[in-house]
Design a protein around this ligand. Structure first.
Ligand code: ZN
Length: 611
């Protein structure tokens, strides 16, 4: 019989707070309707409903009493006790949970359950749908207000609709205002449970929620302010709860489309360990072993989409510096960057719709404080400026036909000249000063040969189609490029090797080699990052260009340089606004000035040079 459950959304911890936005209840329509149900044993029963936002809601108590005559209802737990299973709903929550024989099954409703004064109401149509998803009953809509319920061969319900039980219960239509015998029995059973339950203070309210006599509570019509006052929560919590309800409706929306979506992530961090729980409404069918390198980790979920709306709320600065998502075809990627080097990572399925990611990191001091010898080591006595491309390698072409190699050289020369003025005691090495072709590997060799302490490779970005709206400056440090944009830029810049005579000088820059190269650079990667951040800030400020931030990718030109190094994409030749800046003398001067300002600040801040 468990095969009946194959379509279910399975186990979920119903951990959402059991609250609902009271203010949203204000729009309730007072007029009550009745839904008629034709039960499998041939009896007809009626359940009162109320309209909220054009949706019919019934109380769980009424459903228990009328639709499942053999059941009992526990209002404290908002639970219908069936023959061999328990059905639970939670306020503010779209889920219907069935617990049976130690197993838990979940189906989602389209709207969350509403809750007020110990009364829990569910959107009846989607609740019935959920029951049918749970394999409890199947439902046929007869007309607008009438449903025919058919029993399915479900052990949970066995006997619930059996003919011999008919006489035990009265039809709801036959009932008077007093509690019937069965109501009394239910009442006792509630109270028995209540004595075991610490929250006995609600006893008085519970009596009113005995099934069958439901009217819309008057206080549903209270103003938002009043309701806020009756709440024991402060406004902060209220905001939180509103947010969670919004999230729930997103979940419902996504689940309705039948697409697996990660809808929520919770993060806890303590003692160099981070635990991230990825939640989905539906069962997460597969996930991949996460990859990590340095401070970044990537988790992939095949055939999944992202449903977390505000990823930035997951960033706390320490330990999580950034939390990004990317969709590569059917793969959902989460890229998490930490403030610290990652030591180990593990992933496992906790529940069918919940994946736990555990990260252990090595705590590092937030701002590098170089020792005296380290300061000496990185003292900016030699700076290597590398104008990208040259000779037969023109690099990218601008909208109006200007060449990247010329612009890069012009900016590099301006950097050199300005540096001579600002840092007169620093030696500036250029990898080329004219229009000649220099192999990528040689650029790093030159830098090493002159014992460079900082390497900056100057380039211009470009999109394959021109004109293009992509714009702004961007810095790259050497890491395996994980995002498609970084890989595109790396492929573009690495393309220079096609023009080189001895391509065998390069081993294939596969992932593994790149990680080794990256590790070789680990000693100064924090300097590279710091310099890249300064470059971005200063150039964007000087030129008013868009700041695209610091990215990482596998650049061949950076592989060989044994010093802090950055590849700087000044702007987009394929963008008309950027092009104007890049080709003009004033624009180039501003870019160069930004680069020089970044070098000076870097030198002062990090290296502690006394220029
Ligand atoms: Zn380039």
């Amino acid at each position: 019989m468990l095969s009946l459950f194959r379509t279910l959304y399975i186990v979920l911890n119903l951990c959402f707070s059991s609250v609902i936005s009271y203010s949203s209840l204000v729009q309730c329509d007072e007029s009550t309707f009745q839904f008629k149900f034709s039960l499998p044993n041939g009896r007809l029963t009626k359940v009162p409903t109320f309209l909220y936002k054009s949706t019919h809601f019934c109380t769980l108590a009424d459903i228990s009493h009328s639709v499942f005559p053999g059941s009992t209802y526990n209002p404290i737990k908002s639970m219908i006790k069936l023959r061999n299973g328990d059905l639970t709903c939670k306020s503010g929550n779209t889920f219907v949970e069935l617990k049976s024989h130690g197993q838990s099954y979940i189906a989602a409703m389209q709207f969350p359950a509403l809750y007020k004064q110990e009364i829990l109401a569910v959107p009846i149509q989607s609740f019935l749908k959920a029951l049918s998803n749970l394999g409890i009953i199947s439902t046929t809509k007869i007309d607008e207000n009438t449903y025919s319920l058919s029993s399915v061969e479900n052990p949970v319900l066995a006997g619930t609709f059996a003919a011999e039980t008919v006489n035990e219960y009265q039809d709801i239509t036959d009932q008077d205002e007093s509690l019937s015998a069965i109501d009394q029995k239910q009442h006792e059973s509630f109270n028995n449970e209540l004595y075991k339950d610490p929250s006995t203070e609600h006893v008085n309210n519970i009596i009113h929620s005995i099934p069958g006599h439901y009217v819309i509570p008057e206080n549903l019509h209270h103003s938002e302010d009043e309701l806020m006052n009756t709440s024991h929560q402060n406004n902060e919590e209220k905001k939180e709860e509103l947010k969670s309800i919004e999230q729930l409706s997103i979940e419902a929306e996504i689940s309705g489309k039948g697409q697996i979506a990660i809808t929520n992530a919770t993060i806890s961090a303590k003692d160099s360990h981070i635990h991230i729980l990825f939640n989905s409404v539906m069962s997460i069918s597969s996930y991949q072993k996460p990859e990590f390198s340095g401070r970044e980790i990537i988790v992939r979920f095949p055939n999944t989409i992202n449903g977390i709306r505000d990823l930035s709320s997951l960033i706390d600065g320490d330990p999580i510096v950034s939390f990004k998502t990317e969709q590569i075809k059917t793969y959902l990627l989460y890229k998490i960057r930490l403030k610290h080097e990652i030591k180990s990572v593990s992933i496992k399925k906790i529940l069918s719709n919940q994946i736990s990611l555990s990260i252990e990191y090595t705590p590092t001091t937030p701002i590098p404080k170089p020792s005296i010898t380290e300061k000496k080591k990185w003292e900016l006595d030699v700076i290597v400026v590398d104008p990208g491309h040259g000779g037969e390698d023109a690099g990218a072409l601008s909208i109006n036909g200007y060449k990247e190699k010329d612009i890069a050289l012009a900016i590099a020369k301006k950097v050199r000249d300005q540096l001579k003025e600002s840092l007169p005691s620093t030696r500036v090495i250029m990898t080329r000063t004219d229009d000649t072709f220099i192999e990528l590997y040689r650029r790093g060799h030159i830098a090493n040969q002159y014992k460079g302490k900082l390497f900056i490779s100057i380039h211009c970005n470009s999109m394959p189609t021109k004109p293009h709206q992509a714009n702004g400056c961007e810095s790259y440090i050497l890491r395996s490029g994980r995002n498609s944009e970084a890989v595109r830029v790396a492929e573009k810049e690495n393309g220079s090797i096609k023009l080189e005579k001895e391509q065998s000088s390069y081993e294939d820059l596969n992932e593994e080699k790149l990680i080794v190269a990256t590790m070789a650079q680990a000693a100064f990667v924090r300097f590279s990052e710091r310099f890249a951040a300064l470059l971005q800030k200063n150039v964007a400020k000087n030129t008013k260009m868009y700041n695209r931030g610091v990215n990482q990718a596998g650049f061949l030109v950076l592989v060989g340089a044994s010093m802090p190094n950055v590849l700087f994409e000044t702007g987009f030749l394929s963008n008309s606004t950027d092009e104007k800046i890049l080709i003009s003398d004033a624009g180039q001067n501003n870019i160069a000035a930004g680069i020089v300002k970044a070098i000076i600040t870097y030198s002062e801040d990090i290296i502690g040079n006394s220029h």
